[in-house]
Design a protein around this ligand. Structure first.
Ligand SMILES: Cc1cc2nc3c(=O)[nH]c(=O)nc-3n(C[C@H](O)[C@H](O)[C@H](O)COP(=O)(O)O)c2cc1C
Length: 162
């Protein structure tokens, strides 16, 4: 089992390390290619339409492997799973998981803070807001941690059967 992660603020890294511990392997960051056979799990945060985990899968041509991709984000995981934004980027056999993340405004880079400020301003001007959009507006400026070890259970089950 190979585990790779991309993480800007640490929450995805923490999930990757917990997963590695559960599966008796190690989690390496995305500067490491995959060497050898076996199933692969790639984890990364959601940054709007950008998902570093998908970029890693592309770069290393992992589409044909036994593969799971894990997206860590602030959108409620049930809503994220329904939307399933990775669906169109991966072949059907690839397992896709959405787990809850952490967003601490107090630690964001200027660039990310400005992005979030613009997103929230745009959403505020929108007449009809989804529950996820309302939550994003309400959370602006706060430190919010939705990470949950239990969210890894389905991934552990997938890995055990892979
Ligand atoms: C610039 C930026 C954009 C983000 N966009 C989204 C998003 O579109 N959807 C989402 O669910 N979470 C979004 N998030 C939340 C992150 O995915 C979440 O904070 C994640 O836990 C960060 O992972 P990390 O701690 O490993 O960097 C965004 C965060 C930042 C900083």
């Amino acid at each position: 089992m190979h585990i790779r992660y991309s993480s800007t603020y640490g929450s995805t890294k923490a999930y990757a390390q917990q997963l590695a511990e559960r599966l008796g392997t190690e989690a390496l960051d995305c500067t490491h290619p995959i060497e050898g056979d076996g199933p692969v799990i790639v984890l990364g945060p959601v940054h709007g339409p950008k998902m570093p985990a998908l970029q890693y899968v592309e770069r290393h041509h992992l589409h044909k492997r036994t593969l799971a991709v894990v997206a860590v984000g602030m959108t409620d995981p049930a809503i994220a799973a329904e939307k399933d934004q990775m669906r169109h980027h991966l072949p059907e056999h690839v397992a896709r998981f959405y787990v809850p993340g952490r967003l601490f405004y107090s630690e964001l880079s200027h660039k990310h803070l400005n992005i979030m400020r613009s997103v929230v301003a745009l959403l505020k001007a929108k007449p009809l807001k989804s529950p996820a959009e309302k939550a994003l507006i309400a959370g602006f400026g706060k430190d919010i941690d939705h990470t949950d070890k239990a969210a890894l259970e389905p991934i552990v089950r997938w890995a055990t059967n892979a």
